[in-house]
Design a protein around this ligand. Sequence first.
Ligand SMILES: [Zn+2]
Length: 591
Amino acid sequence: MFTFQYILHRIQYRLHSDDLSMKPRIVVPILLLAGVVLYFLLFNPKPQEASMLLLNGVMYTMNDKHPTAEAIAIQGDRIAGVGSNEAIKASFSSSRIIDLRGRAVYPGFIDSHAHLEELGAFLNNVDLSGTSSIREIQGLVAAQSTKIAPGAWVRGRGWDQNRWESKSFPTHAMLDAVAKDIPIYLRRIDGHAVWVNAKAMAIAGITRSTRDPEGGRIVRDASGLPTGVFVDNAIALLDSVLPAPSEQERTAAIEAGIQACIRVGLTEVHDMGVDLEEISIYKKLIDSGKFPFRVYAAIDGVGPAWDHYVKNGPEISKDGGRLTIRALKLYEDGALGSRGAALIDPYSDDPANRGLTLASANVLRIVVSEALEHGFQVCIHAIGDRANNITLNVYEEVLKSHNARPEKARFRIEHAQVLDKNDIHRFHELGVIPMMQPTHCTSDMYWAEERLGPRRILGAYAWRSLLDAGSIVPAGSDFPVESPNPLWGYYAAITRQDHTGWPEGGWHPEQRMTRDEALKAFTLWGAWAGFEEDSRGSIDLDKLADIVILTRDIMKIEPADILSTTVEATIIGGSVVYSSPPFAQQLATRD
Ligand SMILES: [Zn+2]
């Protein structure tokens, strides 16, 4: 039955559905009155037809006024009802009723900093993540070199010298020993360095006399000869001769990336750095119904794609919210692992080195202003405390000079990894969003203090300090740098431990997030970071029906058990886009 209580409930829900803004108290009585009038006008004793009902669940809505629920009604691509089993059953009927049998349900997870095509390419090329020796890598490269077409390059990604005994950068000779005549190109795990063999350097024309480009470094031996490792902007010397992947290969990579995402419960990714061809592939996939996912895309730096979009303006929530293009990604420095992050004081383990800045404050100011004037959000990669300080200063100046409200600009700093203690409160004051990756912390904790020393480390991966200063901290994985599995990120956020539980009690545990914060970081806060909090990020009336069902309740179980928790089903826009085999079985039998 369509009851009076239900109407009241619906109105209350509406009022509280946006916990990021405050509604004046006066609105309550007016809306209640309107609700009573509407009730009499629209009274309809018949339950509404829903396309799907989810019953008997433990649902975490991420709406602080109604944090949990038992049941959801879905109509088309939207959530039409949330509440108790009784309330939903009384108000809706459906030919598709799913009994969740007490399973835990969350808003679809949003990874708010990642690289979709690179994830797919990573899966389709040599995966070096987790390798712990040069010998292991040589074996994988040798195997791939027998598989590739004549003239092709061996490509791979994921090496990390910090995992090897030597802890030092590798050399081209180690790859020459495997393949002399096939060019080999291997990206470091963080993407900020590339390791190649002599053949690849010969193709690129790299010799002793090749100069380091601005913002980049060619690693050399004592005699000045390039050793085969290229850092940050020096990577372009190789990229310029690397054969571009075909549209078919890129499409295959994107499709592989999407499949990997929905299997781990992601319903949306903020794709940090797309070009025109990638956008056109997205649109083709959407048009042909092969895009069971959502992407909030940031254009990769100033170039042809930026020129196009500055002229034509953002594309917001196109195709039922599948694709939004309204952000620009810029880089201010490199990464900590390859000592490319720009620090205020020199590296503690490399006293002659303060890292690299990739753009002057002047250039940033011009581009950030242009973006703001054309309705685009800016996402600047800044890892070191110097890069973060420069970026905050630029954002502050641009907000002031344009008299812009922070929540309208929602400027972002991607990673915000090492912060000067005087800069932490500025994020909240300027409304600049620190976009952080919990798993970066737990991957870097083994060596980060060597790079930064005991004082600076206190401002590194400082989630709690930022939260206490009033910021939200949306979370991502930066995949393929880390695993796309948001549960690994959630685990890292609440424990600051690796998968073996090291270190006991957590690494700088005072900076941990609570479970509620960590879940918001992967849902509602990600939506806010993409101006999408009205349509997603929580289980609320009229929001998109993006929902994930897990095997266990990650808000309650032991942290170690989170790592073995898996996805039963991922629902995007009311469609089940992934389901585990046992759950698929249950769906088929319809109990
Ligand atoms: Zn990234």
